[in-house]
Write a protein that binds this ligand. Structure first.
Ligand SMILES: [Ca+2]
Length: 170
Protein backbone atom coordinates (compact mmCIF):
# COMPACT_ATOMS: atom_id res chain seq x y z
CA UNK A 1 0.00 0.00 0.00
CA UNK A 2 2.72 2.43 0.98
CA UNK A 3 4.68 1.63 -2.17
CA UNK A 4 1.74 2.22 -4.53
CA UNK A 5 0.95 5.56 -2.87
CA UNK A 6 4.51 6.65 -3.30
CA UNK A 7 4.39 5.64 -6.96
CA UNK A 8 1.22 7.64 -7.52
CA UNK A 9 2.71 10.68 -5.82
CA UNK A 10 5.85 10.46 -7.89
CA UNK A 11 3.72 10.37 -11.02
CA UNK A 12 1.74 13.42 -9.86
CA UNK A 13 4.90 15.45 -9.27
CA UNK A 14 6.17 14.39 -12.68
CA UNK A 15 3.01 15.58 -14.41
CA UNK A 16 2.98 18.87 -12.52
CA UNK A 17 6.57 19.48 -13.45
CA UNK A 18 6.08 18.75 -17.13
CA UNK A 19 2.73 20.29 -18.05
CA UNK A 20 3.45 24.00 -17.45
CA UNK A 21 6.57 23.79 -19.62
CA UNK A 22 4.66 22.25 -22.53
CA UNK A 23 2.64 25.44 -23.13
CA UNK A 24 3.79 29.03 -23.30
CA UNK A 25 7.50 28.32 -23.22
CA UNK A 26 9.58 31.47 -23.50
CA UNK A 27 11.36 31.30 -26.88
CA UNK A 28 14.11 33.68 -25.83
CA UNK A 29 16.86 32.86 -23.40
CA UNK A 30 17.59 35.20 -20.49
CA UNK A 31 14.39 37.20 -21.08
CA UNK A 32 14.41 38.29 -17.42
CA UNK A 33 18.08 39.42 -17.43
CA UNK A 34 18.94 36.97 -14.62
CA UNK A 35 22.24 36.41 -16.47
CA UNK A 36 22.83 40.14 -16.97
CA UNK A 37 23.14 41.23 -20.60
CA UNK A 38 24.00 37.71 -21.81
CA UNK A 39 22.60 37.22 -25.34
CA UNK A 40 21.30 40.81 -25.66
CA UNK A 41 22.73 43.47 -27.99
CA UNK A 42 22.46 47.23 -27.74
CA UNK A 43 22.84 49.81 -30.51
CA UNK A 44 23.11 53.54 -30.05
CA UNK A 45 20.96 55.15 -32.76
CA UNK A 46 21.01 58.69 -31.43
CA UNK A 47 23.65 59.79 -28.91
CA UNK A 48 23.78 59.88 -25.96
CA UNK A 49 22.13 56.54 -25.29
CA UNK A 50 23.35 53.83 -22.99
CA UNK A 51 22.39 50.59 -21.38
CA UNK A 52 23.19 49.10 -18.02
CA UNK A 53 22.03 46.14 -16.00
CA UNK A 54 20.38 47.23 -12.79
CA UNK A 55 20.11 44.93 -9.80
CA UNK A 56 17.63 47.04 -7.85
CA UNK A 57 13.88 47.45 -8.30
CA UNK A 58 13.50 44.66 -10.86
CA UNK A 59 10.08 43.34 -11.80
CA UNK A 60 11.01 39.67 -12.17
CA UNK A 61 13.77 38.05 -10.11
CA UNK A 62 17.26 39.53 -10.21
CA UNK A 63 18.31 42.29 -12.61
CA UNK A 64 16.68 44.23 -15.39
CA UNK A 65 17.87 46.34 -18.31
CA UNK A 66 18.02 50.12 -17.99
CA UNK A 67 18.22 52.17 -21.19
CA UNK A 68 18.70 55.94 -20.94
CA UNK A 69 18.70 58.96 -23.22
CA UNK A 70 18.70 59.51 -26.99
CA UNK A 71 17.47 56.62 -29.08
CA UNK A 72 18.65 53.04 -28.60
CA UNK A 73 17.82 49.63 -30.01
CA UNK A 74 17.85 46.70 -27.63
CA UNK A 75 17.87 43.30 -29.39
CA UNK A 76 16.93 40.01 -27.75
CA UNK A 77 18.61 36.67 -28.35
CA UNK A 78 17.60 35.13 -31.71
CA UNK A 79 14.97 32.38 -31.88
CA UNK A 80 13.51 30.10 -34.57
CA UNK A 81 10.12 30.89 -36.12
CA UNK A 82 7.82 29.33 -38.70
CA UNK A 83 6.31 31.39 -41.53
CA UNK A 84 2.70 32.35 -40.80
CA UNK A 85 3.12 31.62 -37.08
CA UNK A 86 1.73 34.10 -34.53
CA UNK A 87 4.18 35.31 -31.91
CA UNK A 88 3.21 37.22 -28.81
CA UNK A 89 5.83 39.41 -27.17
CA UNK A 90 5.30 40.73 -23.68
CA UNK A 91 7.59 42.84 -21.52
CA UNK A 92 7.44 44.83 -18.30
CA UNK A 93 8.48 48.46 -18.61
CA UNK A 94 8.67 51.50 -16.35
CA UNK A 95 10.38 54.89 -16.45
CA UNK A 96 9.79 57.91 -18.67
CA UNK A 97 10.77 56.87 -22.22
CA UNK A 98 8.72 55.94 -25.25
CA UNK A 99 9.12 52.25 -25.99
CA UNK A 100 8.19 50.42 -29.15
CA UNK A 101 8.38 46.67 -29.41
CA UNK A 102 8.81 44.86 -32.70
CA UNK A 103 10.20 41.77 -34.34
CA UNK A 104 12.96 41.59 -36.92
CA UNK A 105 12.42 38.70 -39.34
CA UNK A 106 15.18 36.75 -41.07
CA UNK A 107 15.22 34.05 -43.75
CA UNK A 108 18.70 33.19 -42.55
CA UNK A 109 20.58 34.37 -39.51
CA UNK A 110 23.84 32.61 -38.83
CA UNK A 111 27.41 33.68 -38.07
CA UNK A 112 28.25 33.69 -41.78
CA UNK A 113 24.99 34.47 -43.54
CA UNK A 114 22.24 37.04 -43.05
CA UNK A 115 19.22 37.28 -45.28
CA UNK A 116 16.21 39.44 -44.45
CA UNK A 117 12.62 38.29 -44.75
CA UNK A 118 10.05 40.67 -46.25
CA UNK A 119 8.72 42.57 -44.34
CA UNK A 120 11.87 42.71 -42.28
CA UNK A 121 10.56 44.70 -39.32
CA UNK A 122 7.08 44.78 -37.81
CA UNK A 123 6.32 46.78 -34.69
CA UNK A 124 3.46 48.02 -32.53
CA UNK A 125 1.21 50.62 -34.15
CA UNK A 126 1.07 52.58 -30.92
CA UNK A 127 4.24 53.38 -29.00
CA UNK A 128 4.07 52.54 -25.28
CA UNK A 129 4.79 55.26 -22.71
CA UNK A 130 6.76 54.07 -19.72
CA UNK A 131 5.46 55.40 -16.39
CA UNK A 132 6.62 55.26 -12.75
CA UNK A 133 4.88 51.94 -12.17
CA UNK A 134 5.81 48.68 -13.88
CA UNK A 135 3.32 47.80 -16.58
CA UNK A 136 3.17 44.92 -19.00
CA UNK A 137 3.06 45.63 -22.72
CA UNK A 138 1.94 42.87 -25.04
CA UNK A 139 1.83 42.68 -28.84
CA UNK A 140 1.24 39.88 -31.34
CA UNK A 141 2.98 39.60 -34.71
CA UNK A 142 2.64 37.19 -37.63
CA UNK A 143 5.83 35.77 -39.13
CA UNK A 144 6.06 36.66 -42.85
CA UNK A 145 6.64 34.22 -45.70
CA UNK A 146 10.02 32.52 -45.57
CA UNK A 147 10.85 33.81 -42.08
CA UNK A 148 12.92 31.26 -40.18
CA UNK A 149 14.44 33.28 -37.35
CA UNK A 150 13.66 36.45 -35.44
CA UNK A 151 14.61 38.65 -32.53
CA UNK A 152 12.80 41.29 -30.52
CA UNK A 153 13.77 44.93 -31.02
CA UNK A 154 12.95 47.50 -28.36
CA UNK A 155 13.18 51.06 -29.62
CA UNK A 156 13.72 53.29 -26.60
CA UNK A 157 13.59 57.05 -27.06
CA UNK A 158 13.41 60.26 -25.09
CA UNK A 159 14.06 59.16 -21.56
CA UNK A 160 14.67 56.26 -19.25
CA UNK A 161 13.26 52.76 -19.70
CA UNK A 162 13.55 49.91 -17.24
CA UNK A 163 12.81 46.62 -19.04
CA UNK A 164 12.27 43.20 -17.47
CA UNK A 165 10.44 39.90 -17.99
CA UNK A 166 10.62 39.75 -21.77
CA UNK A 167 8.65 36.80 -23.03
CA UNK A 168 7.97 35.47 -26.53
CA UNK A 169 5.45 32.69 -27.04
CA UNK A 170 3.93 31.13 -30.13
CA1 LIG B 1 14.74 40.31 -13.98
Amino acid sequence: MRLSLRLICTLCIGLLAISPAAFGDNLIANGNFADGAEGWLFYVIEMPSEISISATGSREGANHALVTGGVGYLHSPVFDVTAGGEYTVSAWIRGSAQVNIGLLWWKEYTDVRLQMADPHWTQMEQVAEATDEWRQVTATFTAPEEAARAYVRFVVSGGEAHIDGVNVTK
